[in-house]
Design a protein around this ligand. Structure first.
Ligand SMILES: *[C@@H]1O[C@H](CO)[C@@H](O)[C@H](O)[C@H]1NC(C)=O
Ligand SMILES: *[C@@H]1O[C@H](CO)[C@@H](O)[C@H](O)[C@H]1NC(C)=O
Ligand SMILES: *[C@@H]1O[C@H](CO)[C@@H](O)[C@H](O)[C@H]1NC(C)=O
Ligand SMILES: *[C@@H]1O[C@H](CO)[C@@H](O)[C@H](O)[C@H]1NC(C)=O
Ligand SMILES: *[C@@H]1O[C@H](CO)[C@@H](O)[C@H](O)[C@H]1NC(C)=O
Ligand SMILES: *[C@@H]1O[C@H](CO)[C@@H](O)[C@H](O)[C@H]1NC(C)=O
Ligand SMILES: *[C@@H]1O[C@H](CO)[C@@H](O)[C@H](O)[C@H]1NC(C)=O
Ligand SMILES: *[C@@H]1O[C@H](CO)[C@@H](O)[C@H](O)[C@H]1NC(C)=O
Ligand SMILES: *[C@@H]1O[C@H](CO)[C@@H](O)[C@H](O)[C@H]1NC(C)=O
Ligand SMILES: *[C@@H]1O[C@H](CO)[C@@H](O)[C@H](O)[C@H]1NC(C)=O
Length: 556
């Protein structure tokens, strides 16, 4: 074996230069350093869909929405194995009626949803997802009727039992009427434990020990039920909790004051995103991890109350997705459920978004796709955020991938740079470099930063150990405010119709070892020599090959 240790021992990220156009040399440990994240799975990027709009997104059991499923299959082909949570505010007024069919909304003229009624066909439609997809059975806590919640749990187990991974009762209890638990965390816990026990009985223990707990927002409310509040008061004394869920929305258009802050500059401010994660989310994450439990972002997106047009429906959303999910991956979230839906009229009477014509769905501008054509949002299509999910799909495609955040190299702005190293089987396998500087048509610079990764692909140790190779896939668009998905690309392809168009472009790193990243661009760098199996696939992977499909279901 050649001696190689001294080349790889640098732990700090070295800064090669102060000017961004001089290559910045990156020296990153070849094995996971102390504090590297837990091993992540290809389900790390998962989804939450507002159940009231289920039929718009997914069609029904016999006529699936092929556009949405094509898009989901594209994510799947790139390595994603998302879990599906049909959850959100409308799960708290959802009821199961054995004589009903597909989900039906009961609404007022402005599109306000009072109730969503589902029958067996709703659960049957889950079978249209890719084989192996797992679901969260979400139960109504809002109506304060154990019968309603229990009937839903029993129906979900009857129709989709083997595919249900977790159960969740109640969405964002922080927002319930204060009279419900008289602002008392203990009262909340008592009812939660009472219901989970009763539902376990009714499901013959299908739900036993498989519950999500909390599902709180980070809003300041009189009822304190974040995981950090529930854990010390013994929420898990009945050993029901499988994962602690918290919802992450750092920005909002729910009222004018917050809408003014929901800007491109702010959602791409890495410093601000990290501050929110550390101040609002991490105390609950730490409480869960210290209790020996997993924690998840059970629902999140860039801008609460359905996004901000011209911000969340632009390429900025793709960059925000990548950075936000990696921030939580480093903090050991076991999964992040990106929320999809439409404006909920009752959510806030000060919000800037509204429903569509005649109360039809006004799809959220943070959605990855508009599932049907509508007068409010135009043609059925993916949004510019979609390719960001392909970046994440490939970043986490290999089961057991661990992540480390890089320090900001000298000369780059902490607000605008984010870098992450990925490890598998104790080896550096990938590197993500994000240049979040907003780049507009009127910008006077394109803010390109050049990174020298030559030290990560050391020269040959002899003929048995040739130089490691590095290949690059790029997430880019003409400008940060691009709204046309056909101009947003991941590895050279665009995805407006939910499937790849154009040729896959995988860049070789040249002899100088340098990779340029323009303002408002991100790259995923793949190193070879990782045991090989994950490089299979139908052309998605830098090294080509076959057998990707075998990966699902295990073995590596
Ligand atoms: C994540 O988990 C790893 C492994 O247990 C640990 O070393 C690291 O400190 C954790 N990170 C955070 C931010 O909690
Ligand atoms: C399913 O959706 C199709 C297409 O919209 C519709 O024609 C059909 O009636 C629906 N089936 C049921 C049972 O609602
Ligand atoms: C789904 O997986 C099961 C079990 O592995 C298999 O029997 C079935 O044929 C698969 N279905 C499809 C549509 O691939
Ligand atoms: C559930 O609660 C909502 C909101 O309070 C109400 O509009 C709806 O009628 C209730 N549904 C049932 C079945 O009681
Ligand atoms: C709950 O807190 C709110 C806000 O502080 C307060 O108005 C309300 O009276 C409290 N309710 C109870 C039952 O304590
Ligand atoms: C739940 O509380 C009700 C009273 O509110 C009680 O009758 C019932 O036995 C409790 N169930 C469990 C499983 O604790
Ligand atoms: C459910 O689990 C509990 C706790 O482990 C156990 O006491 C009970 O017998 C189980 N019930 C069924 C129907 O399996
Ligand atoms: C980014 O956010 C931080 C912390 O909130 C703030 O201090 C800084 O000024 C922001 N940077 C930009 C470029 O807006
Ligand atoms: C979005 O930008 C377009 C073009 O720049 C403008 O016409 C439109 O009014 C903007 N929409 C909103 C909601 O600000
Ligand atoms: C540059 O364009 C952006 C997006 O259209 C706009 O918000 C900004 O005000 C422009 N800046 C200047 C200096 O004109």
């Amino acid at each position: 074996m050649p001696k190689r240790t001294n080349i790889f021992t640098t732990t700090a990220l070295l800064a090669g230069a102060s000017a961004t156009n001089t290559p910045i040399s990156l020296a990153i440990p070849q094995t996971p350093p102390q504090g590297a994240s837990i091993p992540h799975s290809p389900s790390y990027t998962s989804f939450s869909f507002e159940p009231a709009f289920w039929v718009e997104f997914f069609g029904n059991a016999t006529s699936p929405n092929t556009f949405t499923f094509n898009a989901i299959n594209t994510l799947y082909q790139h390595g994603l194995r998302p879990r599906i949570r049909p959850g959100g505010i409308t799960m708290d007024s959802m009821i199961f009626d054995p004589s009903a069919g597909n989900p039906v909304r009961t609404t007022n003229a402005d599109g306000g949803v009072y109730r969503t009624t589902v029958g067996p066909a709703y659960y049957e439609s889950w079978s249209n997802f890719p084989n192996g997809t797992e679901f969260i059975s979400t139960l109504n806590f809002g109506n304060d009727s154990l019968d309603i919640a229990r009937d839903m749990a029993v129906a979900s187990v009857k129709y989709q039992g083997p595919h249900i991974k977790f159960f969740e009762v109640g969405n964002e209890p922080t927002n319930y009427p204060p009279s419900r638990w008289e602002n008392s965390t203990a009262n909340y816990i008592a009812q939660w434990q009472n219901w989970t026990a009763a539902i376990d009985l009714a499901t013959n223990n299908a739900s036993h020990g498989n519950w999500w707990a909390s599902s709180a927002t980070t809003d300041e409310t009189p009822l304190h039920v974040r995981p950090a509040d529930l854990i010390p008061l013994g929420i898990d004394s009945t050993q029901e909790v499988a994962q602690y869920s918290i919802h992450s929305y750092a920005f909002a258009t729910c009222d004018p004051a917050r809408a003014a802050l929901a800007t491109t500059l702010n959602i791409l401010n890495h410093t601000g995103l990290v501050e929110y994660a550390d101040q609002e989310i991490y105390p609950s994450a730490k409480a869960a991890l210290d209790a020996g439990s997993q924690w998840i972002i059970g629902e999140f997106n860039s801008i609460a109350c359905s996004g901000n047009p011209n911000v969340s429906d632009t390429f900025a959303q793709a960059l925000w997705e990548v950075d936000t999910e990696l921030i939580y991956a480093v903090r050991n979230a076991s999964a992040t459920y990106l929320h999809q839906g439409a404006t909920l009229v009752f959510q806030s009477n000060q919000q800037s978004n509204s429903a569509g014509d005649d109360g039809s769905p006004g799809f959220s501008t943070y959605d990855m796709l508009y599932p049907i054509s509508s007068s409010k949002r135009g043609a059925q299509r993916t949004l510019p955020g979609f390719p960001g999910l392909l970046f994440l799909a490939e970043a986490f495609a290999v089961e057991g991938t661990r992540v480390v955040a890089l320090e900001t190299p000298a000369g780059l702005s902490e607000d605008h740079f984010a870098g992450y190293a990925f490890y598998h089987n104790e080896r550096l396998t990938k590197l993500a470099l994000l240049n979040l500087t907003p780049y507009y048509a009127n910008s006077t610079s394109d803010f390109t930063a050049s990174f020298d990764i030559g030290s990560l692909t050391p020269r040959s140790y002899g003929r048995h150990f040739p130089r490691r190779q590095a290949k690059v896939k790029r997430l880019t668009a003409p400008h940060v405010d691009e709204k046309d998905s056909s101009k947003v690309t991941w590895a050279g392809q665009s995805f407006n119709g939910g499937v790849g168009e154009g040729n896959v472009v995988v860049e070789q790193v040249g002899k100088d070892g340098c990779v340029d990243v323009r303002g408002s661009e991100a790259v995923l760098i793949f190193f070879d020599g990782d045991g090989g199996k994950q490089w299979g696939g139908k052309g998605w992977w830098p090294w080509g090959g076959k057998g990707w499909g075998k990966a699902w279901g295990g073995g590596w």
